[in-house]
Design a protein. Structure first.
Length: 576
């Protein structure tokens, strides 16, 4: 049975990239058998599922909108997206005959993956602690080094290192044995699990002093290149490295704290979202005070278990004061809604602005300006220990002089230095491979998304757009990486995107010792005046036409919301 499940997972284009190694075996062991009866619906179209299935025996029917679109009686995976996040079922699977399926729940899957990844990181750390040259530094720095290690397998008789060659790579043996030989001296010895060779390559370009050969049945190593090591730590004298900690201060002003919800008059709707809408509001007495007011339905927030996300959004955005981030002044609550009183940016959003451009894309000089706005906002957030995780044109507002401001902090999260989080967060076409793989992620996901953003501004679409509503093909493309660039993208822009969208998080531009400054100094930004830009002294490519503080001509029109939600009084919003 286990081999059948394994084959089904390995035959699935998406899961074969997501689940492998020890993790695959643990997942197979965790799957439970569930009997099904003829005519039983195992999953229903449009339901939000939390389980993945592998057909075991019996015949099954695929239905869409009540119509049969296919049948199968082989062993195959279905409902696999549910193990990543709450996704709508795209079809109904009904048993035609009595049979059985193997089942895996999302909670169990995520526990296994997180545990497996943390266990692997701890194992790597343990290996590093046995390296005399590296074990003199504190564990926090050593843990970061462990994130740079890459697994490599060498078949039997492979020459891993050849005497006399220049070396720039360090090896730790995870499994297997190697033989060390030297010209004129023959066999010097053998090395096995937990032992290492080539450590001098981390200090300087090393001339290999001996030949190292893999013995049967092969050798599994963890490797670290000198380039990666220096990029992240600069001076290879590791003891001198200091880990800088970022503190988060609550510096929200008391600005507008005296304004009550009843002081505000709703003028028109600026946008609608999953849990509510954003309205343009005006102070009833002080007519010069105009804001955007986002309000969210509490009952829906509780139903979708998003209380922490919404509370997090309030705390983070209220503590952000940057020219490149929409200000949140205060919040309110009543029995039906929570409210966010925010700065009004009447230039509309960047997505709408892109749609008005020729070819629905920007010229490079214009794209460079808009990308710079995002770089400044990410620089600010990362300096406060915050990762954003939802970069896309829809979340960037255009202010009155044409600069962009980041908004919607529902996925933002404060992260400890060197920490990782495992929550699936973001918009499908923008998520990084490590989010899809559930391997834990950090601020490097924002740099991946920045690369996708640059690509979209220059070409009119993201590199991972498929039109697949299940997003499965999108995730497959993400795991394969960006392969093709239109000829209209300049070599410098292409180079920037490629460096931001490296598959390895630690390899992305912005993750080396220079941090986000490396992005600002990239050759695409040659001759760009970052000082003037930060002072908002560079003219925006497009200055929006705004007649007055009440002009909403840059927004679409929306019908009134006639669905009044029920009361929700559990008290989760006590601090709003």
């Amino acid at each position: 049975d286990q081999n059948k499940i394994k084959q089904a997972i390995q035959n699935n284009e998406f899961l074969s990239k997501v689940i492998s190694g020890k993790c695959l075996n643990e997942i197979i062991n965790a799957m439970q058998v569930r009997k099904v009866q003829a005519k039983q619906k195992i999953i229903k179209q449009d339901d939000k599922g939390s389980e993945m299935y592998v057909s075991m025996r019996g015949k099954f029917r695929i239905l869409k909108k009540g119509k049969v679109v296919g049948e199968f009686n082989d062993i195959r995976v279905f409902g696999e997206l549910a193990i990543l996040y709450k996704s709508k079922r795209l079809a109904t699977i009904q048993a035609v005959t009595d049979g059985a399926v193997w089942v895996l729940g999302r909670d169990i899957y995520q526990q296994i993956v997180i545990s497996s990844n943390l266990k692997e990181q701890d194992e790597n750390l343990a290996f590093l602690k046995n390296v005399d040259y590296l074990n003199v530094v504190n564990e926090q720095v050593l843990r970061q080094v462990s994130n740079l290690l890459k697994p490599e397998f060498f078949p039997p008789s492979t020459t891993i290192v050849r005497q006399g060659d220049k070396g720039d790579k360090f090896y730790i043996i995870r499994a297997g044995t190697v033989t060390i030989t030297k010209t004129g001296a023959g066999v010097l010895g053998k090395l096995g699990k937990g032992q290492c060779f080539g450590e001098m390559a981390l200090q300087k370009e090393d001339t290999r002093q001996a030949t190292v050969t893999a013995e049967a049945p092969g050798v599994d190593c963890l490797t670290l290149t000198r380039a990666d090591f220096i990029n992240h730590f600069g001076d290879v004298e590791i003891p001198k490295i200091e880990v800088k900690k970022t503190t988060f201060k609550d510096d929200a002003e008391a600005e507008y704290q005296d304004i009550k919800l009843t002081d505000l008059k709703i003028l028109t709707t600026l946008g609608i979202g999953g849990f509510g809408r954003v309205e343009l509001v005006q102070h009833k007495k002080k007519k010069n005070l105009v804001f955007s007011l986002k309000y969210l339905k509490k009952a829906e927030i509780v139903h979708m278990k998003q209380e922490n996300h919404v509370y997090n959004e309030k705390i983070i955005q209220m503590n952000c004061k940057s020219h490149f981030i929409v200000r949140l002044y205060r919040t309110y609550k009543d029995n039906k809604y929570v409210y966010f009183l925010m700065e009004a940016c009447l230039g509309g959003d960047l997505f709408s602005l892109i749609q008005k451009q020729k070819g629905k894309r920007f010229e490079e000089k214009d794209a460079k300006f808009y990308v710079a706005c995002v770089i400044e906002s990410l620089d600010y957030l990362h300096s406060k220990g915050i990762i954003y995780r939802d970069l896309k044109p829809e979340n960037l507002m255009v202010d009155k002089i044409g600069y962009l401001k980041l908004t919607d902090f529902g996925f933002a999260k404060r992260m400890p230095a060197r920490g990782k989080t495992f929550t699936f967060a973001g918009t499908p076409e923008y998520v990084a491979p490590e989010i899809v793989l559930n391997r834990g992620h950090d601020r490097s996901v924002d740099y991946w998304a920045l690369g996708v953003f640059v690509f979209e501004l220059l070409t009119g679409k993201t590199p991972f757009k498929t039109g697949d509503t299940s997003h499965m093909r999108t995730y497959n493309k993400i795991l394969n990486g960006i392969i093709n660039f239109p000829p209209s993208v300049s070599p410098k822009a292409r180079n920037l995107v490629e460096k931001l969208c490296r598959p390895g998080p630690a390899e992305r531009l912005g993750m080396q010792k220079g941090g986000i400054r490396d992005i600002k100094m990239h050759k695409w930004y040659q001759d760009f005046d970052w000082i003037k830009f930060g002072q908002r002294q560079i003219s925006a490519p497009i200055k929006p036409k705004i007649r007055d503080a009440l002009d909403t001509s840059n927004f679409d029109r929306f019908p009134q919301d006639k669905n009044i939600p029920p009361d929700e009084t559990s008290g989760w919003d006590i601090d709003f």
